[in-house]
Design a protein around this ligand. Structure first.
Ligand SMILES: [Ca+2]
Length: 406
Protein backbone atom coordinates (compact mmCIF):
# COMPACT_ATOMS: atom_id res chain seq x y z
CA UNK A 1 0.00 0.00 0.00
CA UNK A 2 2.88 2.34 0.86
CA UNK A 3 4.39 1.63 -2.53
CA UNK A 4 1.13 2.38 -4.24
CA UNK A 5 0.69 5.72 -2.46
CA UNK A 6 4.20 6.76 -3.37
CA UNK A 7 3.40 5.99 -6.98
CA UNK A 8 0.29 8.20 -6.86
CA UNK A 9 2.19 11.05 -5.19
CA UNK A 10 4.77 10.92 -7.98
CA UNK A 11 1.96 10.90 -10.54
CA UNK A 12 0.31 13.92 -8.83
CA UNK A 13 3.59 15.87 -8.65
CA UNK A 14 4.19 15.30 -12.34
CA UNK A 15 0.67 16.46 -13.04
CA UNK A 16 1.04 19.69 -10.95
CA UNK A 17 4.44 20.37 -12.51
CA UNK A 18 2.82 20.04 -15.88
CA UNK A 19 0.13 22.55 -14.71
CA UNK A 20 2.79 25.08 -13.64
CA UNK A 21 4.72 24.49 -16.79
CA UNK A 22 1.56 25.17 -18.74
CA UNK A 23 0.97 28.38 -16.66
CA UNK A 24 4.43 29.57 -17.31
CA UNK A 25 4.00 29.05 -20.94
CA UNK A 26 1.17 30.11 -23.09
CA UNK A 27 -1.44 28.44 -20.88
CA UNK A 28 -4.51 26.61 -22.02
CA UNK A 29 -7.87 28.14 -21.14
CA UNK A 30 -9.04 28.61 -17.52
CA UNK A 31 -11.86 26.07 -17.97
CA UNK A 32 -9.50 23.41 -19.11
CA UNK A 33 -7.31 24.04 -16.04
CA UNK A 34 -10.27 23.76 -13.64
CA UNK A 35 -11.31 20.51 -15.25
CA UNK A 36 -7.82 19.14 -14.69
CA UNK A 37 -7.82 20.24 -11.04
CA UNK A 38 -11.19 18.54 -10.55
CA UNK A 39 -9.77 15.32 -11.99
CA UNK A 40 -6.89 15.51 -9.55
CA UNK A 41 -9.44 16.01 -6.71
CA UNK A 42 -11.36 12.96 -7.84
CA UNK A 43 -8.17 10.97 -8.01
CA UNK A 44 -7.23 12.14 -4.54
CA UNK A 45 -10.67 11.24 -3.12
CA UNK A 46 -10.50 7.79 -4.68
CA UNK A 47 -7.04 7.33 -3.21
CA UNK A 48 -8.21 8.58 0.17
CA UNK A 49 -11.14 6.11 0.19
CA UNK A 50 -8.93 3.23 -0.83
CA UNK A 51 -6.33 4.21 1.78
CA UNK A 52 -8.93 4.37 4.54
CA UNK A 53 -10.38 1.04 3.45
CA UNK A 54 -6.95 -0.53 3.62
CA UNK A 55 -6.38 0.95 7.06
CA UNK A 56 -9.71 -0.42 8.29
CA UNK A 57 -8.86 -3.90 6.96
CA UNK A 58 -5.47 -3.75 8.62
CA UNK A 59 -7.00 -2.69 11.94
CA UNK A 60 -9.54 -5.52 11.70
CA UNK A 61 -6.79 -8.04 11.09
CA UNK A 62 -4.78 -6.68 13.98
CA UNK A 63 -7.78 -6.94 16.31
CA UNK A 64 -8.38 -10.50 15.19
CA UNK A 65 -4.76 -11.36 15.82
CA UNK A 66 -4.89 -9.76 19.27
CA UNK A 67 -8.02 -11.78 20.12
CA UNK A 68 -6.41 -15.01 18.96
CA UNK A 69 -3.31 -14.38 21.05
CA UNK A 70 -5.43 -13.56 24.11
CA UNK A 71 -7.36 -16.80 23.74
CA UNK A 72 -4.47 -19.15 23.14
CA UNK A 73 -4.75 -22.18 25.51
CA UNK A 74 -2.49 -21.83 28.49
CA UNK A 75 0.59 -24.01 28.17
CA UNK A 76 -0.11 -27.15 30.22
CA UNK A 77 2.10 -27.45 33.23
CA UNK A 78 4.39 -30.46 33.10
CA UNK A 79 3.04 -32.80 35.76
CA UNK A 80 4.17 -36.04 34.14
CA UNK A 81 7.29 -38.11 34.18
CA UNK A 82 9.22 -38.18 30.90
CA UNK A 83 8.16 -40.79 28.37
CA UNK A 84 10.06 -44.07 28.59
CA UNK A 85 11.52 -45.96 25.66
CA UNK A 86 10.19 -49.37 24.74
CA UNK A 87 13.09 -51.83 24.88
CA UNK A 88 14.15 -53.29 21.56
CA UNK A 89 12.71 -56.85 21.32
CA UNK A 90 10.35 -56.08 24.17
CA UNK A 91 7.15 -54.37 25.14
CA UNK A 92 6.17 -51.57 27.44
CA UNK A 93 2.92 -51.82 29.39
CA UNK A 94 1.34 -48.77 30.94
CA UNK A 95 0.81 -45.40 29.34
CA UNK A 96 0.02 -43.18 32.31
CA UNK A 97 3.01 -41.03 33.11
CA UNK A 98 1.57 -39.49 36.27
CA UNK A 99 3.16 -39.83 39.72
CA UNK A 100 2.31 -43.12 41.43
CA UNK A 101 1.73 -44.95 38.16
CA UNK A 102 3.80 -47.91 37.02
CA UNK A 103 5.15 -48.84 33.64
CA UNK A 104 6.07 -52.49 33.14
CA UNK A 105 8.47 -54.01 30.67
CA UNK A 106 8.38 -57.43 29.07
CA UNK A 107 10.74 -59.07 26.62
CA UNK A 108 9.82 -61.12 23.57
CA UNK A 109 10.27 -64.87 23.59
CA UNK A 110 13.95 -65.76 23.49
CA UNK A 111 14.96 -62.54 25.21
CA UNK A 112 15.42 -61.79 28.85
CA UNK A 113 15.00 -58.55 30.67
CA UNK A 114 17.96 -56.90 32.29
CA UNK A 115 17.20 -53.82 34.32
CA UNK A 116 13.98 -52.70 35.95
CA UNK A 117 10.94 -54.76 35.14
CA UNK A 118 8.71 -52.14 36.68
CA UNK A 119 9.36 -48.41 36.95
CA UNK A 120 7.21 -46.03 38.95
CA UNK A 121 6.73 -42.34 38.29
CA UNK A 122 7.88 -40.58 41.47
CA UNK A 123 6.41 -37.37 42.88
CA UNK A 124 9.61 -35.70 41.81
CA UNK A 125 8.57 -36.56 38.21
CA UNK A 126 11.42 -38.95 37.66
CA UNK A 127 11.29 -42.74 37.34
CA UNK A 128 12.44 -45.35 39.78
CA UNK A 129 14.87 -48.00 38.55
CA UNK A 130 16.86 -48.22 35.39
CA UNK A 131 15.86 -48.39 31.74
CA UNK A 132 15.66 -52.14 30.97
CA UNK A 133 17.15 -54.03 28.05
CA UNK A 134 15.97 -57.21 26.36
CA UNK A 135 18.92 -59.37 25.69
CA UNK A 136 19.12 -62.63 23.80
CA UNK A 137 19.71 -65.56 26.05
CA UNK A 138 23.09 -66.85 24.98
CA UNK A 139 25.21 -69.30 26.86
CA UNK A 140 28.52 -67.68 27.68
CA UNK A 141 30.40 -70.88 26.92
CA UNK A 142 28.94 -71.03 23.42
CA UNK A 143 29.71 -67.38 22.82
CA UNK A 144 33.35 -67.80 23.64
CA UNK A 145 33.78 -70.91 21.56
CA UNK A 146 31.99 -69.29 18.64
CA UNK A 147 33.99 -66.10 18.92
CA UNK A 148 37.20 -65.67 17.07
CA UNK A 149 40.26 -63.47 17.20
CA UNK A 150 41.32 -61.03 19.85
CA UNK A 151 37.84 -60.63 21.28
CA UNK A 152 37.57 -64.29 22.26
CA UNK A 153 41.10 -64.31 23.56
CA UNK A 154 40.46 -61.40 25.89
CA UNK A 155 37.19 -62.78 27.32
CA UNK A 156 37.67 -65.65 29.71
CA UNK A 157 36.42 -66.60 33.16
CA UNK A 158 38.54 -65.28 35.99
CA UNK A 159 37.58 -68.25 38.15
CA UNK A 160 36.04 -71.64 37.59
CA UNK A 161 32.65 -69.94 37.61
CA UNK A 162 31.13 -68.35 34.52
CA UNK A 163 29.67 -65.67 36.77
CA UNK A 164 32.87 -63.61 36.74
CA UNK A 165 34.72 -62.72 33.59
CA UNK A 166 37.48 -60.45 32.52
CA UNK A 167 36.07 -57.47 30.67
CA UNK A 168 36.74 -56.94 26.99
CA UNK A 169 39.02 -53.97 26.52
CA UNK A 170 40.09 -52.12 23.42
CA UNK A 171 42.14 -49.03 22.67
CA UNK A 172 40.19 -46.20 21.11
CA UNK A 173 42.25 -43.12 20.27
CA UNK A 174 44.66 -43.75 23.10
CA UNK A 175 41.95 -44.52 25.66
CA UNK A 176 41.21 -47.98 27.03
CA UNK A 177 37.51 -48.83 26.85
CA UNK A 178 36.30 -51.92 28.69
CA UNK A 179 32.87 -53.49 28.29
CA UNK A 180 30.94 -56.45 29.62
CA UNK A 181 28.31 -58.67 28.04
CA UNK A 182 24.73 -57.71 28.84
CA UNK A 183 23.72 -59.21 32.17
CA UNK A 184 27.07 -58.39 33.76
CA UNK A 185 28.25 -55.36 35.68
CA UNK A 186 31.70 -53.93 35.23
CA UNK A 187 33.86 -53.49 38.32
CA UNK A 188 37.35 -53.79 39.67
CA UNK A 189 40.38 -51.63 39.19
CA UNK A 190 40.55 -50.35 35.58
CA UNK A 191 37.07 -51.82 34.99
CA UNK A 192 38.66 -55.17 34.40
CA UNK A 193 36.04 -57.49 35.92
CA UNK A 194 32.59 -58.41 34.66
CA UNK A 195 30.37 -59.81 37.39
CA UNK A 196 27.08 -61.51 36.67
CA UNK A 197 23.98 -59.61 37.79
CA UNK A 198 21.86 -61.86 40.01
CA UNK A 199 18.47 -60.90 38.59
CA UNK A 200 16.73 -63.31 40.94
CA UNK A 201 18.07 -61.51 44.00
CA UNK A 202 17.66 -58.10 42.42
CA UNK A 203 13.95 -58.53 41.79
CA UNK A 204 13.08 -60.86 44.63
CA UNK A 205 11.77 -58.32 47.07
CA UNK A 206 10.50 -55.76 44.62
CA UNK A 207 6.82 -54.97 44.78
CA UNK A 208 5.32 -56.51 41.65
CA UNK A 209 8.91 -56.84 40.62
CA UNK A 210 9.30 -60.57 40.98
CA UNK A 211 10.73 -62.05 37.86
CA UNK A 212 9.21 -65.48 38.21
CA UNK A 213 5.85 -66.71 39.39
CA UNK A 214 7.41 -69.66 41.19
CA UNK A 215 11.17 -69.76 41.41
CA UNK A 216 14.08 -68.07 39.75
CA UNK A 217 17.45 -69.57 38.85
CA UNK A 218 20.31 -67.19 38.23
CA UNK A 219 22.42 -68.14 35.21
CA UNK A 220 25.62 -66.58 33.87
CA UNK A 221 24.48 -63.34 32.27
CA UNK A 222 20.79 -64.08 32.77
CA UNK A 223 18.21 -66.05 34.69
CA UNK A 224 15.45 -68.54 34.11
CA UNK A 225 12.20 -69.33 35.86
CA UNK A 226 11.22 -72.79 36.98
CA UNK A 227 7.88 -74.28 37.95
CA UNK A 228 6.87 -77.12 40.26
CA UNK A 229 6.12 -80.58 38.86
CA UNK A 230 2.81 -80.66 37.02
CA UNK A 231 3.35 -77.22 35.50
CA UNK A 232 5.15 -75.89 32.47
CA UNK A 233 6.82 -72.52 32.14
CA UNK A 234 4.64 -70.22 30.03
CA UNK A 235 5.79 -68.68 26.76
CA UNK A 236 6.84 -65.47 28.45
CA UNK A 237 9.24 -67.59 30.49
CA UNK A 238 8.01 -66.30 33.81
CA UNK A 239 4.70 -67.88 34.75
CA UNK A 240 3.59 -71.45 35.30
CA UNK A 241 0.77 -73.19 33.49
CA UNK A 242 -0.84 -76.36 34.70
CA UNK A 243 -0.40 -79.41 32.51
CA UNK A 244 -3.77 -80.94 31.65
CA UNK A 245 -2.92 -84.59 32.14
CA UNK A 246 -6.49 -85.63 31.39
CA UNK A 247 -6.62 -84.18 27.90
CA UNK A 248 -3.06 -85.09 27.03
CA UNK A 249 -3.32 -88.70 28.19
CA UNK A 250 -0.53 -88.23 30.70
CA UNK A 251 -2.63 -89.96 33.31
CA UNK A 252 -3.06 -93.49 34.53
CA UNK A 253 -6.79 -93.46 35.26
CA UNK A 254 -8.60 -96.70 34.49
CA UNK A 255 -11.65 -97.00 32.25
CA UNK A 256 -14.11 -96.95 35.12
CA UNK A 257 -12.54 -93.83 36.58
CA UNK A 258 -12.98 -90.20 35.71
CA UNK A 259 -9.84 -88.18 35.13
CA UNK A 260 -10.10 -84.83 36.85
CA UNK A 261 -7.43 -82.32 35.96
CA UNK A 262 -6.22 -80.33 38.95
CA UNK A 263 -3.76 -77.45 39.27
CA UNK A 264 -0.41 -79.16 39.44
CA UNK A 265 -1.73 -82.69 38.98
CA UNK A 266 -4.75 -84.85 38.27
CA UNK A 267 -7.09 -87.16 40.11
CA UNK A 268 -8.66 -90.44 39.11
CA UNK A 269 -12.09 -90.65 40.67
CA UNK A 270 -14.61 -93.44 40.70
CA UNK A 271 -18.24 -92.53 41.14
CA UNK A 272 -20.07 -95.08 43.27
CA UNK A 273 -23.77 -94.82 43.99
CA UNK A 274 -24.66 -94.38 47.67
CA UNK A 275 -25.37 -97.35 49.87
CA UNK A 276 -28.37 -96.44 51.97
CA UNK A 277 -30.37 -98.92 53.97
CA UNK A 278 -33.66 -99.92 52.34
CA UNK A 279 -32.92 -97.88 49.22
CA UNK A 280 -31.16 -98.85 46.03
CA UNK A 281 -29.65 -96.64 43.39
CA UNK A 282 -28.88 -96.92 39.75
CA UNK A 283 -26.35 -94.91 37.76
CA UNK A 284 -28.14 -92.81 35.17
CA UNK A 285 -25.01 -91.04 33.98
CA UNK A 286 -21.28 -91.20 34.89
CA UNK A 287 -21.93 -88.56 37.54
CA UNK A 288 -25.51 -89.20 38.67
CA UNK A 289 -27.35 -91.88 40.62
CA UNK A 290 -31.13 -92.12 40.97
CA UNK A 291 -33.09 -93.99 43.55
CA UNK A 292 -35.02 -97.02 42.38
CA UNK A 293 -38.77 -96.98 43.12
CA UNK A 294 -39.44 -97.64 46.80
CA UNK A 295 -41.75 -100.32 48.14
CA UNK A 296 -45.09 -98.72 49.08
CA UNK A 297 -44.66 -99.26 52.81
CA UNK A 298 -40.94 -98.32 53.12
CA UNK A 299 -40.77 -95.00 54.92
CA UNK A 300 -36.95 -95.05 55.16
CA UNK A 301 -36.64 -95.63 51.43
CA UNK A 302 -38.96 -92.79 50.52
CA UNK A 303 -37.00 -90.43 52.78
CA UNK A 304 -33.67 -91.34 51.16
CA UNK A 305 -32.38 -88.92 48.53
CA UNK A 306 -34.14 -89.23 45.17
CA UNK A 307 -30.90 -88.53 43.38
CA UNK A 308 -27.24 -87.90 44.09
CA UNK A 309 -25.15 -85.91 41.59
CA UNK A 310 -21.37 -85.83 41.70
CA UNK A 311 -19.29 -82.87 40.65
CA UNK A 312 -15.57 -82.25 40.77
CA UNK A 313 -13.87 -78.92 40.80
CA UNK A 314 -10.23 -77.86 40.74
CA UNK A 315 -9.25 -74.56 42.27
CA UNK A 316 -6.04 -72.85 43.27
CA UNK A 317 -5.02 -72.29 46.85
CA UNK A 318 -6.21 -69.20 48.74
CA UNK A 319 -8.99 -68.13 46.42
CA UNK A 320 -10.36 -64.75 47.34
CA UNK A 321 -13.76 -64.72 48.99
CA UNK A 322 -16.73 -64.43 48.95
CA UNK A 323 -17.08 -66.43 45.79
CA UNK A 324 -19.91 -68.44 44.29
CA UNK A 325 -18.51 -71.90 43.65
CA UNK A 326 -21.51 -73.80 42.43
CA UNK A 327 -25.22 -73.40 41.66
CA UNK A 328 -27.89 -76.01 42.30
CA UNK A 329 -31.13 -75.52 40.44
CA UNK A 330 -34.42 -77.40 40.14
CA UNK A 331 -35.14 -78.25 36.52
CA UNK A 332 -38.85 -78.51 37.16
CA UNK A 333 -40.79 -77.90 40.32
CA UNK A 334 -43.84 -79.83 41.42
CA UNK A 335 -44.16 -78.66 45.02
CA UNK A 336 -44.66 -75.19 46.41
CA UNK A 337 -41.32 -74.85 48.26
CA UNK A 338 -37.66 -75.57 47.63
CA UNK A 339 -35.11 -75.54 50.43
CA UNK A 340 -31.35 -75.52 50.08
CA UNK A 341 -28.99 -76.65 52.82
CA UNK A 342 -25.37 -77.52 53.40
CA UNK A 343 -24.81 -81.01 54.81
CA UNK A 344 -22.00 -81.85 57.19
CA UNK A 345 -20.31 -79.60 59.71
CA UNK A 346 -16.61 -79.75 58.91
CA UNK A 347 -16.75 -77.60 55.82
CA UNK A 348 -19.00 -74.91 57.30
CA UNK A 349 -15.99 -72.77 58.12
CA UNK A 350 -15.37 -72.41 54.40
CA UNK A 351 -18.81 -72.58 52.81
CA UNK A 352 -22.37 -71.48 53.12
CA UNK A 353 -25.45 -71.96 50.96
CA UNK A 354 -27.64 -69.10 49.89
CA UNK A 355 -30.60 -68.80 47.59
CA UNK A 356 -30.14 -66.74 44.46
CA UNK A 357 -33.69 -67.10 43.15
CA UNK A 358 -36.78 -69.22 43.82
CA UNK A 359 -35.36 -72.31 42.16
CA UNK A 360 -31.61 -71.85 42.63
CA UNK A 361 -29.25 -72.27 45.55
CA UNK A 362 -25.62 -71.15 45.54
CA UNK A 363 -22.64 -72.70 47.27
CA UNK A 364 -20.64 -69.75 48.52
CA UNK A 365 -16.98 -69.88 49.55
CA UNK A 366 -16.69 -67.55 52.52
CA UNK A 367 -13.18 -68.20 53.73
CA UNK A 368 -9.99 -68.79 51.70
CA UNK A 369 -8.82 -72.40 51.62
CA UNK A 370 -5.13 -73.09 51.90
CA UNK A 371 -4.14 -76.09 49.81
CA UNK A 372 -3.23 -78.75 49.12
CA UNK A 373 -6.49 -80.19 50.35
CA UNK A 374 -9.55 -81.97 49.01
CA UNK A 375 -12.93 -80.85 50.33
CA UNK A 376 -16.21 -82.72 50.04
CA UNK A 377 -19.30 -80.56 50.10
CA UNK A 378 -22.88 -81.76 49.99
CA UNK A 379 -25.71 -79.44 49.05
CA UNK A 380 -29.20 -80.73 49.68
CA UNK A 381 -32.24 -79.46 47.83
CA UNK A 382 -35.56 -80.43 49.39
CA UNK A 383 -38.87 -80.07 47.63
CA UNK A 384 -42.04 -79.66 49.70
CA UNK A 385 -45.74 -79.37 49.01
CA UNK A 386 -47.71 -77.96 51.92
CA UNK A 387 -44.78 -78.87 54.17
CA UNK A 388 -44.94 -82.49 53.00
CA UNK A 389 -41.64 -83.88 51.69
CA UNK A 390 -41.80 -84.52 47.97
CA UNK A 391 -38.16 -85.27 47.37
CA UNK A 392 -34.51 -84.82 48.38
CA UNK A 393 -31.79 -84.19 45.84
CA UNK A 394 -28.14 -84.27 46.86
CA UNK A 395 -25.30 -82.63 44.97
CA UNK A 396 -21.90 -83.84 46.13
CA UNK A 397 -19.10 -81.50 45.13
CA UNK A 398 -15.48 -82.54 45.48
CA UNK A 399 -13.11 -79.60 45.43
CA UNK A 400 -9.43 -80.18 44.78
CA UNK A 401 -7.45 -77.25 46.16
CA UNK A 402 -3.94 -76.98 44.77
CA UNK A 403 -0.77 -76.39 46.74
CA UNK A 404 0.05 -73.15 45.03
CA UNK A 405 -1.91 -70.07 44.19
CA UNK A 406 -1.66 -70.96 40.51
CA1 LIG B 1 -2.92 -80.71 35.91
Amino acid sequence: MKKMNRRYCVLLSIFICQVYTMLAQECAGKQELQSSIQQVHKLLSAQEASYLQSLRTLRKKLNLLQYSVAHLPAKPKNFTCPNLDTPVNGRKLGTVLLPGHDVHFLCDVGYELVGSETRRCKDSLSWTGQQPLCKVFVSITNTSSASTGAEAASSFPLTQSAFTWKSKCSQVQGTTLCTCEPGYTISGRDNSICTDIDECKLFHNGQAGRLCLHSCVNTPGGYRCTCPAGYIVTQDGRSCKDIDECSTRQNNCTRDQLCINTYGGFQCVKVDCPHIRNATYVKTSPVRCERNPCPVDSMSCSQAPNSVSYHHMSVVSNLSTPRVMFRVSAVRMIGDTLRFALLGGRIRRYFTVQRSDRQTGELLLVSPVQGPVTLEVEVEMTELERRELLGRYITRITIFVSQYEF
